[in-house]
Write a protein that binds this ligand. Sequence first.
Ligand code: PFF
Length: 490
Amino acid sequence: MGRERWPSRLLFIFAAVGSAAGLGNLWRFPYLAYEYGGGAFLIPYFLALLILGLPLLVLEFSVGQYFQRSAVGSWRKLKEWGGIFGWWALGAAFLILSYYAVVMAWSLRYFFASFTMAWSGGAESYFYQNVLELTPNIGVLGGIHWGLLACLTAVWALIYFSTFKGVKSVAQVVKVTMPLPIILILVLLVRALTLDGALTGILFYVKPVFSALLDPEIWIAAASQIFFTLSISMGIMIAYASYVKKNQDIAKDALWTAILNSLISIVAGFVVFGTLGFLAMQKSMAVADVVASGPGLAFVVFPEALSMMPVAWLFAALFFLVLLSLGIDSAFSILEGVLAAFKDRVQMSTAKLALIGSFVGLLCGIIYVTRAGLYFLDLIDHFLLNYGMIIFGIGQCLLVGWTSAGREVKDHLAAQSKWFPVKTWWWIIRLVAPVILVIILISFFIKELGAPYGGYPGWAIAIGWLFLFGTLVFGLIMNWWYGRGEEVAD
Ligand code: PFF
């Protein structure tokens, strides 16, 4: 039958950019930029992109393209125990997806609420009391919030229908979900830049505070943002590249993916800060005092600003449509990464696998649509992202950099992408990137020992670690299972 293929090179790039550009670009990036010295953040951001992000993206693309297998099949080719890392990463990615879909469910809820501007009475109380019905602390679960569960089910239906025909359906869907948010962001950009006070917000965003560079945290934040935003070390980009023909200059595709993704982040920053400048002016406050992080930015501060504009409902609906359309292709890329591993090993129709995957994903998300969901989301996100991505990043650098099969990947890359500085890349993968990542990992850990994350009680922190190491156990079991039978990849 032969391996599934992208209908065209352009659609592969669309899918890769679609995976990379997601919720991380629209609220995570602007907030980090604000928190870490405005324009000064761009310095560690681009350095991290150059030293970690791009090299690892090229690595994942060439590994997938060379072995023509998912992350698991590919990492097993490098070393048989590599499959443990592969499954571990996919398990963690799947758990990330289970709450990523919940943030999309909130966006869907807000999209509908836009038409009546339901939060105009108070954006903060609307989010925490009406939408989340948040309990006072993580120890009070408060039961399932059925309205949010309904939205989550709708999001999973969208994810299912994007993946049920494998690469073919993914390629169809990204034709819309990649360009649509970009166009809408440009519309929002024009709106933001023409608001009163926009300039103050933008100056806040771009004016570098160089002393911020002295804080080691800015470097760590930039590095983890690069991992998150490029969707690297979760096995996804390997799976996507495994559907690419072997003779394509894939380093060039990696370059395009990284450039487009960063452009989207930077433009999104202008939209967010222009709008925040407007809000600050309306409220006669300083921009510094209206900014909030994480969900607060997209679901409280931004909606509040939107409610003060003329034709508020229209721009609100547009904004949440951007969040949804940015998020959907990142979400289904994770599912596709996981499905690809199963497709290489079991003879089952893609539709059936996608259905099972979507159903399990929905079930895993239920904890986040309880009334204490936000706390769990924050907690699990911390452990899976900060530790998971870095550990898998180190794993794949070493697996490629120090094995003979890894050398074949390097030679393959050198043959396909003659312009690419393969020698420099090789030393980054073998030495520079792993050393930097180990330093980051240790510094996360030291910080962890200092104070419990987010002030959560001991049992909650234990759950966080359990998620991280539970997926390792999953990796061990699945790798054993994978090795017991024949691959159906070729
Ligand atoms: N890159 C996506 C974003 O920036 O929102 C999120 C993401 C997708 C992270 C896939 C990790 C992942 F495996």
